[in-house]
Design a protein around this ligand. Structure first.
Ligand SMILES: Cc1cc2nc3c(=O)[nH]c(=O)nc-3n(C[C@H](O)[C@H](O)[C@H](O)COP(=O)(O)OP(=O)(O)OC[C@H]3O[C@@H](n4cnc5c(N)ncnc54)[C@H](O)[C@@H]3O)c2cc1C
Length: 74
């Protein structure tokens, strides 16, 4: 079987699967990121970093963050 994947135009009526890194959203994300930096809970991944990640990218980001937080800080 042959399947085809193609992008959809984003709109407010559709499921927001992907981040839209325009000026407004990037500024809002930075505000949340600055607030989150002050918390003791550390988070990562698509939601926390407001980035499009494929599985391979999210795994690299998680390993790199873990190294920075737990190995390099000790
Ligand atoms: C439609 C679609 C197709 C995809 N296809 C591919 C593909 O073919 N190949 C590929 O490599 N990648 C694909 N991806 C991307 C892949 O799914 C992501 O890269 C990966 O899942 C990101 O992992 P994550 O941990 O950042 O986020 P997620 O997997 O989304 O995990 C976030 C978790 O946090 C939980 N959560 C959210 N808010 C809270 C809260 N307040 N408190 C507690 N828990 C919370 C959620 O329930 C969820 O379990 C696809 C993604 C989508 C949406």
């Amino acid at each position: 079987m042959l399947t085809k994947e193609y992008p959809l135009e984003a709109s407010s009526k559709k499921e927001p699967y992907y981040p839209i890194n325009d000026t407004k959203n990037t500024a809002l994300f930075k505000t949340y990121q600055d607030m989150a930096e002050k918390e003791t809970i550390k988070s990562g991944g698509r939601l926390a970093e407001y980035k499009y990640y494929g599985m391979h990218q999210v795994i690299v980001a998680a390993l790199s963050k873990t190294k920075k937080l737990f190995i390099e800080k000790s």
